[in-house]
Design a protein. Structure first.
Length: 473
DNA sequence: ATGTCC
């Protein structure tokens, strides 16, 4: 593997073997070293470069690490004309994503009430692997959610129009409920408004640092303000969609599977019935994930209204981490229609892009970047150079450093919770094992990931938040 | 990530 540094934080793996394009790794030397240590992250990036129709280069972002077939922290743009879709390039948790809610509360208003707040949120939002959601839905409701996402939530009284106006894609992609397997629907019908497990969380935070006052103001953020970050996805429904379609792709293209550098790359040509069905099901699962985060937003509104007597809980923005979308990008000076696979990657469109909500058009799309539990999180703005460098994308988080198993061996939930509590952070979790798996030490340094994104100009620093209380699965 | 095995 020939890896050369092109400019600061930009490295290229030259095309070789079956690669149709090179691989670009956007990382500092320390982050690159972590990827090398992990072993196969960079190899996975180059495997992605073999996809038919892939444009320019396979992208590995600063938080890149090992995933199913494709690296997590990866972007692959394939031509709509002659390209393919690969479920591994989107991931099992379809439209896993993050939203941030801003309140009119200051840290001083919440201080001393953290335990009551975390208890209330924990009671309202089912978390962990169990069933049940904040919003009761039946089978017909689910069909509506799969078809139109946040629009169904609004029409059913679970969302304000302003929520849709401040959500990526207005919370709706062209979902096809008929393409969603029956098993997936069964799993999803009772999970609208449930957190899940693993790295998913619901966290009350306070804004501690502003780096770009004008953009922070446009996002409605100010120092000392209390905000709420929700990180969750499409739960069992999205997982089942991914799993069943990977099986369907494998059965449809057995020869392809055998010819691939990694069978987990399995793909289908765009336009093929199985590819179109997958896209419809994947978009439907994305709609479900938005409905899920929206339902939890309603739970937050209930808790905040009850405890602090305010209904000022507004959506700043909602980003997808795991999705593929049709976009127009410039390749060799020409506009090309591409299917952009983002897996563990955040869209980061710059100021002026027509897909940035009107309210933020002049400053760029908000990019919500969670750190690990108990450290801090960031709000960035889509950067000027993201279209040129990364198909309008940046990192999605700190990136895992230690495996879940390794983390469980090294950390103890009780110790961690006690230490965080002494720092003023209240963590309430369904499972101690999850707390250990999500220990800050199991993650890379989020500050370094953000520093590189900012330095590259793909996502620039706007604000930093510290945790106040955190609900985990 | 995930009714951590249909």
């Amino acid at each position: 593997m020939h890896l050369t540094e092109l400019t600061e934080n930009v490295h290229e793996i030259a095309r070789e073997g079956e690669m149709r394009v090179p691989t670009r790794v956007f990382a500092s030397e320390p982050l690159l070293e972590k990827m090398r240590e992990e072993g196969r992250t960079l190899e996975q990036g180059s495997n992605v470069a073999t996809l038919p129709g892939i444009q320019k280069y396979s992208v590995v972002l600063p938080d890149g690490h090992l995933g199913y077939g494709f690296p997590i922290g990866g972007v692959a743009a394939v031509a709509m004309d002659g390209g393919v879709v690969s479920p591994g390039g989107i991931g099992f948790d379809i439209n896993c994503g993050v939203r941030v809610l801003r309140t009119d509360l200051d840290y001083d208003d919440v201080r001393g009430h953290e335990q009551a707040l975390v208890d209330r949120l924990y009671d309202l939002v089912p978390c962990g692997l169990g069933r049940g959601g904040y919003v009761r839905t039946d089978r017909d409701d689910l069909e509506g959610i799969l078809a139109v996402g946040m629009e169904w939530m609004r029409d059913a009284g679970h969302a304000r129009q302003a929520d849709l106006d401040h959500c990526e894609e207005s919370g709706r992609l062209p979902g096809d409920p008929d393409a969603v397997p029956e098993d997936a629907k069964r799993r999803g019908v009772n999970q609208v408004g449930s957190l899940g497990s693993g790295n998913h969380f619901l966290e009350v935070q306070r804004v501690t640092d502003l780096y770009d006052a004008a953009t922070a103001d446009a996002f409605g953020l100010r120092e000392g303000q209390v905000v709420v970050m929700i990180h969750s996805g499409s739960r069992g429904l999205g997982h089942q969609v991914c799993q069943e379609y990977i099986r369907r792709f494998e059965r449809t293209y057995p020869d392809l599977v055998d010819s691939l550098p990694d069978r987990q790359l399995v793909y289908a040509p765009l336009g093929d019935p199985v590819a179109e069905d997958y896209l419809g099901a994947m978009y439907a699962a994305a709609n479900f994930a938005w409905a899920n985060r929206q339902a939890m937003t309603q739970a937050v509104r209930e808790a905040v209204a009850d405890l602090f007597d305010t209904d000022a809980v507004d959506l700043v923005y909602d980003v997808c981490h795991n999705v593929a979308k049709e976009e127009t990008h410039t390749v060799d000076g020409e506009d090309v229609e591409v299917l952009v696979h983002r897996k563990g990657a955040t869209r980061a469109f710059p100021a002026g892009h027509p897909d940035v909500p009107e309210a933020y058009r002049d400053v760029g799309q908000p990019v919500l970047l969670p750190g690990s539990m108990g450290t801090h999180s960031y709000v960035l703005a889509g950067g000027e150079r993201s279209m040129e460098l990364t198909f309008g994308s940046t990192a999605h988080g700190a990136g895992r450093l230690k495996s879940r198993t390794q983390a469980k061996r090294e950390y103890t939930a009780g110790d961690l919770q006690q230490r965080l509590r002494s720092e003023g952070v209240y963590v309430k979790a369904r499972s101690g094992a999850t707390v250990a798996e999500e220990a800050p030490g199991a993650y890379k340094d989020v500050d370094e990931v953000v520093r590189v994104s900012d330095a590259l100009g793909i996502g620039t620093k706007v604000a930093r938040m510290r945790p106040v209380c955190n609900v985990k699965g």
